[in-house]
Design a protein around this ligand. Structure first.
Ligand SMILES: [Zn+2]
Ligand SMILES: [Zn+2]
Length: 333
């Protein structure tokens, strides 16, 4: 099969992904082989490819927003039928035995594997995954449009949950890429007002189109105090301005897997029971709940599609904010 291989991390400007022929993987016990039709390009892929996340496998095929159809079942796999449309997300497996898994927090598992990082992902024509960690997908969205829901969408949803925002609440999004453009649709569905602080005219315009009540630069102060804020951009310097935008008791959620260092700030910004919390991965429950709500709303995604062989170009465009909405690879041969 064709696949994009990362042998060793390097800046994406050097086009580190190698478009090559490799063997189609065999599903092991409890796994399914998926014929990939589309794979979303996530900011975390950028962190894997550039090495902000330390390499865990080499070579590795990146990509963890994988949409396709079940092609073959491993021994004992019975949850999905051949031909079913499914999605493979970032959380590839957990041990299901550690204290976190046993307390309903498998997103914090001590021994997880991650698609497109510790195991091969979806920048390829085929991928394998444990059947219990694969989501069935309904037909409401096309393959490229559903891909960004599988990470950006689910993580954005978990961020919203942890922000505690309710109907009538006000929250700010810092950064307006793929996750924010889905999360705003869920937030508005719940009756919350969204304020968008983001760089770049494209992102600002997208925020307005999707119903943000106010749009400004990343460092601008929203005109009212907010119940919650979510920082989607991997920029630690946004933490002090985001705290400043919160009401007393407000919650700041850090939605990125990776963030540049957070500068020091006066305790006053945090005092009055403001809270900062990070988001790590997601549980399968988050994914199932989100995909149900996404189909109900229904969530719309704006995607920019690239051929599989152009994964380096997609990553370069993502890094330099040239993608409006989400980048998605077309992996059909
Ligand atoms: Zn565990
Ligand atoms: Zn992701």
């Amino acid at each position: 099969m064709k696949a994009c291989l990362l042998h060793s991390p390097a800046p994406v400007e050097t086009n580190p992904l190698d478009f090559a022929d490799v063997l189609v993987p065999e599903p092991r016990g409890g796994e399914v082989l998926v014929r990939v039709s589309a794979c979303g390009v996530c900011r975390t892929d950028l962190h894997v490819v550039e090495g902000e996340l330390p390499p865990r496998k080499s070579p590795v095929i990146p990509g963890h927003q994988v949409v396709g159809t079940v092609e073959k079942l491993g021994n004992g796999a019975h949850r999905h039928a051949i031909g079913d449309r499914v999605g493979i997300p970032w959380l590839h497996s957990t041990d299901q035995t550690c204290e976190y898994c046993r307390s309903g927090r498998e997103n914090l598992c001590d021994h997880p594997t991650f698609t497109g990082y510790t195991v091969d992902g979806g920048y390829a024509e085929y991928a394998v995954a444990p059947e219990d960690f694969v989501y069935p997908l309904n037909e409401s969205l096309s393959d490229p449009q559903v891909a960004p829901l599988l990470c950006a969408g689910i993580i954005g949803f978990r961020c919203l949950r942890l922000s505690g925002v309710k109907s009538g609440g006000r929250l700010a999004f810092y950064g307006f890429g793929a996750a924010a453009s889905v999360a705003i649709q869920v937030a508005r569905h719940w009756g919350a007002e969204v304020y968008a602080c983001t760089r770049g005219k494209n992102h600002q315009q997208l925020a307005s189109e999707l119903g943000a009540v106010w749009v400004g630069e990343a460092s601008d102060e929203p005109p009212v105090k907010l119940d919650a804020a979510i920082i989607f951009a991997p920029a630690g310097e946004l933490v002090p301005p985001a705290l400043k935008a919160l009401k007393k008791g407000g919650v700041l959620v850090l939605g990125g897997f990776h963030m540049s260092p957070i500068p020091s700030f006066d305790y006053d910004l945090l005092y009055q029971e403001r809270m900062i919390r990070s988001v790590a991965n997601n549980t399968r429950q988050d994914g199932e709940d989100f995909l149900r709500i996404a189909a109900e709303i229904p969530v719309r995604t704006q995607v920019q599609v690239y051929p599989l062989r152009d994964a380096n170009r997609a990553l370069n465009d993502l890094k330099s904010d040239r993608v409006n909405g989400a980048a998605v690879l077309d992996c059909r041969s």
